[in-house]
Design a protein around this ligand. Sequence first.
Ligand code: B12
Length: 253
Amino acid sequence: MVAKAIEIESQIDNWLENMKKERHLPDYWRGSLASFLSWDDPGIGLLRELVRPDHFLPEDFLPGARSILCFFIPFKSWVGHSNRPGDFASQQWAQAYLTTNTLAEILGEFLVEYLKDKGVRAAYPYEATVFTADNPKSRWSQRHLAYFAGMGSFGINNLLISEKGSLGRYFSLITDMEVAREEKRSPEHCLYKIDKSCSLCIDRCKFGALSHEGFDRFQCLAQLNRNEGSLRASVCGKCAVGLPCSLEVPRIK
Ligand code: B12
């Protein structure tokens, strides 16, 4: 392996630090997490069942694909705290979302060049952000890929809880670098799934999207659209902030 996950993490962190200085950005991010997933991991075959029948396969982005580099850019606690009060998302939450999404594409191009210098071909899945209001599911699910790369477990709020919590954003690259085929699966991190000792995220959703009956993605999308009206960003995040799983793996009581 010519590039290790820990090496990629430091490349991401240095790049974000330079961007922050160059563009005088607020201090949004904690240190990133990265993990590689082998192209022939059984999880990849499941994506067309778990997400949507036309989910992309690695080679759709890169002929000769051999691995997926998944990475998580976690937000600092103040970003989450800013979003606690009220029913509408905070300006800071919206800005952190927009800035991180915009930079992620440029970061992706930087990593593609970085890997190219090491003789590795890579591609950035720009289509990952595309979905329609009638079917709010992507053809490249960053969480499910990161799950199969062992980066975390799903909370009852559908968010992937990494070792640095769920507060942040997941991205990925497809590469032709061979990686060890090992089934990495994270231990369970959601307290509700462990012993039903927490369902705060459900209490926090006031919009009929998240309940003990399940998740209504259309109710959720409707609230995101309401926020977009005032914040110019399709966000909410009330089910993600100020929770035991937001910033770390929750400790079992
Ligand atoms: C479409 C979309 C939406 C839709 C639908 C959300 C959803 N849960 O699917 C809407 C518009 C409603 C939405 C809302 C939000 N989103 Co959104 N969204 C996406 C997008 C573009 C695609 C998601 C997708 O394809 N979903 C597919 C369906 C199938 O996912 P699912 O129903 O949650 O999957 C469940 C099943 O698979 C189930 N399951 C059942 N059996 C099995 C078996 C196995 C083995 C497994 C693994 C799973 C499984 O477990 C999963 C979780 O419950 C991704 C970016 C990307 N390209 O991945 C961001 C993404 C999921 N969103 C994100 C965020 C943060 C939000 C919001 C908080 C808004 C905000 N930013 O303020 C809310 C939270 C909604 C919620 N609580 O689920 C983040 C989540 C980060 C994290 N820590 O997990 C993502 C990953 C963006 C990013 N780049 O980081 N979003």
